[in-house]
Design a protein around this ligand. Structure first.
Ligand code: ADP
Ligand code: MG
Length: 494
């Protein structure tokens, strides 16, 4: 179902296609050996090639090529056996060579797709048109001096994958869902870190509107939108702008627009260049890129399990709820942490994890553990609550060494104290009391002090049972086994 925009002349359909720039995870640049680390001192990661010194020749980084192939395979796309690097010519101060090496007619990756889940019942397949390799430009910095522009070339030459979708999305919700899914896949593949704040992932958003059933309308392209929220806002604003124009009898012009995060509006930047304005031609310094089949197959075989497959496995073989499975696969580090804890728990019992184990670990992970991360600012990777410690804690509960209630205290101690959960339980004397005579002793003490309530209970005030349980647990400092307390209390009150 597509979301229609209603106005007084009827319904409008929004059509969206995205061009996503994803910075390739790689130690060095696409055509030079200069490093790519984010946040380095300006102009410290620039080779003669990146600075376009005369006579310097580009050398293709084959790791970046592998990364593009891997991404193409992760997007269910065909990998083209031959692709061509071309020069896209334009003049800009942060582009010292006066052209960007990109791919145009013959990209490395052709058509593919990915699925977005709008609701558990509604999955939409979004077509990928192509993925091509290109270099990033440098950065112009305008806010250091009022009358000078500074140039930082650290980013110049870093490898990008431009991923172009078909005009298949029909609402801002779908566009955001697509970007989230794409980001997730790239992060699982480790081909792009997906960091939108640092600009590793940014999208050009193409938008047009039409009455349902009509041919595609004229589109505007909103450049370089760098957060999910801005994508959403930009589409909503742009839809209304175009509908208003058309309803007043005006037309939409094909142009490039900018999203202004301060006003939430888009404004015209320039008329859209045509391909001919860029005077594309094959780069004479680079041979056509030919890929052998075994190289592609080698990468295909080594692909990691992707989020959809992982989610399905969590639901089918571990019995997790779709909701929990979604949360756990949403970031690759979460899934790694979860599976490592589950494996550690399995190692204790030397069995394949049961659905009960899977659920217990999921509850700890999504409950106390997430709260711990939020509260402390630790990341999944550097928290002192390691997967094996969490598994150790879960095991103590599953084997009735401590109650679920006490386990929460043990978890708090684990945040600041060293040692295994067992050590902590011993250190603080938190072991559950299961010894029947000890518990009976506590119960008799409590009942002896509560003669009035006992009389009331015996006269029919059943609700007091819970009160007695509470008092006994309190007297045992939470360490009595709750089941034993229940059973014994019943017996002794009779
Ligand atoms: P260009 O490279 O000139 O920007 P493309 O034809 O390659 O143009 O399209 C770029 C993006 O624009 C693609 O994601 C495509 O799906 C999208 N697109 C094309 N036509 C429309 C349209 N009429 N409405 C919305 N998006 C469109
Ligand atoms: Mg474009």
């Amino acid at each position: 179902m597509s979301t229609l925009y209603q106005s007084h002349t009827g319904f409008w359909e929004v059509v969206i296609g995205l061009e996503v720039h994803a910075q390739i995870v790689s130690q060095s640049k696409l055509f030079s050996s200069a490093p790519t680390q984010f946040g380095a001192e300006p102009n410290t990661q620039v080779s003669f090639v990146d600075a376009a010194f005369p006579g310097m020749l580009p050398v293709l980084n084959s790791f970046c090529v592998d990364q593009a192939i891997k991404t193409g395979l992760g997007l269910n796309a065909c990998i083209n056996p031959v692709s061509i690097f071309e020069r896209k010519n334009y003049f800009y101060p942060d582009l010292p060579s006066g052209y960007q090496i990109s791919q145009y007619q013959y990209p490395i990756v052709g058509e593919g797709w990915l699925d977005i889940e709008l609701t558990p019942e509604e999955v939409r397949r979004i077509g990928i048109e192509r993925l091509h390799l290109e270099q990033d430009a440098g950065k112009s910095i305008h806010d250091i001096s009022p009358n000078k522009t500074y140039i930082d070339l650290n980013r110049a030459g870093i490898g990008l994958m431009e991923i172009v979708t078909k005009p298949d999305m029909r609402s801002s919700v779908e566009a955001v869902a697509f970007l989230k899914k794409l980001r997730m896949i790239l992060r699982y593949l480790e081909t792009c870190d997906g960091n939108m704040e640092e600009g590793s992932l940014r999208a050009d958003v193409n938008i047009s509107v039409r009455h349902p059933g009509e041919p595609l309308g004229v589109r505007a392209e909103i450049k370089n939108v760098n957060s999910m929220r801005f994508v959403d806002q930009a589409i909503i604003f742009e839809t209304k702008r175009q509908v208003d124009l058309l309803e007043m009898g005006n037309s939409v012009v094909q142009e490039t627009r900018l999203f202004d995060a301060n006003t939430g509006e888009t404004r015209s930047m320039r008329n859209k260049e045509d391909a001919q304005d860029y005077r594309y031609f094959p780069d004479p310094d680079l041979l056509p890129l030919r890929l052998k089949n075994d190289r592609i197959e080698r990468i295909r075989i080594a692909l990691p399990e992707l989020p959809d497959a992982k989610k399905a496995r969590f639901i089918e073989t571990l019995g997790l709820s779709p909701y929990n499975a979604d949360l756990i696969v949403s970031e690759p580090e979460y899934a790694v942490y979860y599976e490592t804890s589950l494996k550690a728990l399995g190692a204790y019992t030397n069995t394949y994890p049961t659905p009960q184990d899977a659920k217990v670990i999921a509850n700890w992970f999504l409950g106390d553990f997430f709260a711990h991360l939020n509260r402390t600012g630790f990341s999944v990777e550097n928290t002192p609550i390691t997967p094996s410690r969490l598994a150790g804690l879960a095991r103590l509960v599953l084997t009735n060494v401590i109650s679920g209630r006490i386990a929460k205290d043990v978890f708090s101690f684990m945040e600041t104290e060293e040692g295994s959960p067992e050590d902590i339980v011993a250190r603080h004397g938190l072991k559950q009391v299961t010894d029947i005579s000890a518990i009976e002793h506590i119960i008799r003490d409590v009942l002896a002090k509560e003669t009035e309530h006992v009389t009331a209970y015996k006269a029919g005030k059943d609700k007091l049972f819970g009160y007695f349980v509470g008092q006994v647990m309190k007297a045992s400092q939470g360490k009595a086994n709750p089941q034993t307390v229940n059973d014994l209390l019943k017996k002794l009150l009779e």
